[in-house]
Design a protein around this ligand. Structure first.
Ligand code: ADP
Ligand code: MG
Length: 271
């Protein structure tokens, strides 16, 4: 059994224990019944940023590399995720972890890129860490507009989307940090956007790069709008208690897997 599999099993048993514990925190009821206008979301423009291999490498964005053990690990993660998603017909996935620095954004960007390279689906990567948006930094571009402009200034969503020079990969970035993030994530406007992103195109996967679960309630606020959660833990850093607290907080939401980031053990040997 590989390390990832062990981590997934551990997370499953922790989750079962957490669900049996009467102290488990209830997840908020979905507020998706709030009526909200339809949101036009098709990106208008062709690729409008460049990617630099040096910048990507410095930021550990490796998924595009063809001969790399790290890229292979993301291909493995992609396969496992797609299997889980296809089994249950999931289209939208939130990536979160106990604290900052666990590797959520690193994994979200790599995974989105790896999924897009797999030709069978298009991918939208949404930066939903409103207070510390980092997706554009990891990819090495400065957004002129972003999700905040949709939320606060009614900028049409397609104008906020950035088409990358990777086929089938679009990013919805955040231009600058936004305060009162958890209130914003629960607004009818955000719920309408999440619903639109989920339902508009059958072959599209949406990856949300979320803030940490333990620091703020943004994730819990937004979770009713996503199909599944990928929980990141950092090898040698994440405390078992913190992971347990996360699983308590996630309640009965659909945790589809755990990623152990930063493990020194190789997941598998390349042929
Ligand atoms: N497996 C890893 N090995 C070494 N450094 C990593 C690894 N994963 C992420 N990092 C680095 O750790 C820092 C935090 O990662 P990040 O993805 O921003 O975490 P989060 O989004 O959870 O706050 C970044 O500098 C990132 O490059
Ligand atoms: Mg992050």
């Amino acid at each position: 059994m590989d390390r990832l599999e062990k981590a997934l099993q551990k997370a499953r048993s922790l989750r079962e224990a957490a669900l049996q514990d009467s102290a488990a925190v209830a997840v908020r009821e979905p507020v998706a019944s709030v009526p909200a206008p339809a949101v036009e979301i098709r990106p208008k423009r062709a690729a409008d940023v460049q990617l630099s291999d040096d910048v990507l490498e410095k930021n550990r964005i490796v998924a595009r590399q063809s001969r790399s053990g790290e890229a292979d690990i993301f291909r493995l993660l992609r396969t496992k995720l797609l299997q889980a998603m296809n089994r249950s017909n999931l289209r939208t996935i939130a990536i979160t972890s106990p604290t900052y620095g666990d590797g959520k954004t690193t994994i979200a960007v790599n995974l989105a890129m790896s999924l897009a390279l797999d030709v069978k689906q298009t991918v939208l990567l949404v930066d939903l860490d409103l207070r510390k948006p980092m997706v554009h930094n990891f990819l090495g571009f400065e957004p002129k507009v972003g999700l905040g402009d949709y939320i606060q200034n009614d900028t049409p969503v397609p104008d906020c989307m950035v088409k990358l020079p990777v086929d089938r990969l679009v990013v919805l970035p955040i231009r600058e940090p936004i305060e009162n993030s958890s209130e914003l994530l629960g607004t009818p406007k955000m719920i309408a956007l999440a619903n639109e992103l989920k339902t508009r195109y059958a072959d599209r996967i949406v990856i949300y790069d979320m803030p940490p679960l333990l620091a703020q309630d943004d994730v819990i606020t937004f979770l009713p709008n996503v199909d599944g959660v990928l929980l990141v833990a950092r090898d040698g850093v994440t405390r078992t208690d913190d992971l347990k607290n996360c699983l308590h907080s996630l309640g009965d939401s659909n945790v589809i897997g755990t990623v152990l980031n930063g493990s020194n053990e190789r997941q598998f040997n390349r042929a």
